[in-house]
Design a protein. Structure first.
Length: 248
């Protein structure tokens, strides 16, 4: 009888957990992927909820939302979150800053490391490079603006490959599709077959804040806020640092 009672109690606990558990649909920029791949399972274990996350480029995420694709939470650069709030796609006041990211530089394995001491030294290195790979995200936008400002965009344009949204600069370098590449540090650190050199020089660096926002169509905004609170916890600093990110 005692075993039967214990069994019944265990079943009751499982049923309660199953009833309380929910599924969160999340669309997130690749810029925070390495950190979130570690943090999201921790959230799932602590809460019993399941997070269905799709990592992609920012432009692709916006296209998904524009096409009417449902999501409970999106994570992308803060400027894009603000724009979606202003246009009515995300709930007002839902922005939560999650991570600070900077742009890094990598080379194909075997290529000499460039001098990243100053913006001027980087300019010389880029002029000497045979082929350059950039992203379609914030880092790529910044690089094109920087080259235009330095007056060398016209010269370098034939040597620049700008990848479609969501594609990895590091993986392109590893495939031999370029010698010198630029993307968020967090998207370069863990790619095999390349050499991560370091961040852009401080005088030409660009900081990107990755933020979360809740779509107005979210099926459970409260649950989305719970996940945002978990991801924003200062205790995640070590995980972010390992992934090449910082607390905002």
């Amino acid at each position: 009888m005692r075993k039967l009672a214990c069994y019944a109690a265990a079943i009751a606990v499982l049923l309660v957990c199953r009833v309380d558990a929910a599924e969160i649909t999340m669309r997130s920029s690749n810029g925070v992927r390495e950190a979130f791949v570690e943090l999201i399972p921790q959230f799932e274990k602590a809460t019993g909820h399941r997070v269905m996350v799709t990592f992609d480029g920012t432009l692709n995420i916006k296209k998904r939302l524009d096409s009417g694709e449902a999501a409970d939470l999106v994570v992308m650069p803060a400027a894009d979150v603000d724009a979606l709030i202003a246009s009515g796609g995300l709930a007002p006041g839902s922005r939560v800053d999650l991570a600070k990211s900077i742009i890094g530089v990598a080379v194909r394995a075997g290529v000499a490391k460039p001098d990243l001491s100053t913006g001027e030294s980087l300019r010389r290195e880029m002029l000497a490079a045979k082929s350059i790979v950039i992203s379609s995200g914030p880092s790529g936008v910044h690089l094109l603006e920087l080259l235009e400002k330095q007056g060398i965009l016209g010269t370098l344009r034939p040597r620049i490959t700008q990848l479609p949204s969501g594609q990895s600069v590091g993986e392109a370098l590893a495939r031999g599709e370029g010698d010198l590449g630029f993307q968020q540090v967090s998207e370069l650190l863990h790619v095999k077959g390349i050499t991560y050199v370091g961040p852009l020089p401080a005088d030409v660096q660009k900081v990107t804040i990755f933020s979360g926002g809740i779509p107005k169509t979210a099926k459970d905004a409260g649950l989305a806020r719970e996940l945002l609170t978990f991801l924003r916890n200062p205790r995640n600093a070590a995980v972010l640092k390992k992934a090449g990110l910082e607390l905002p």
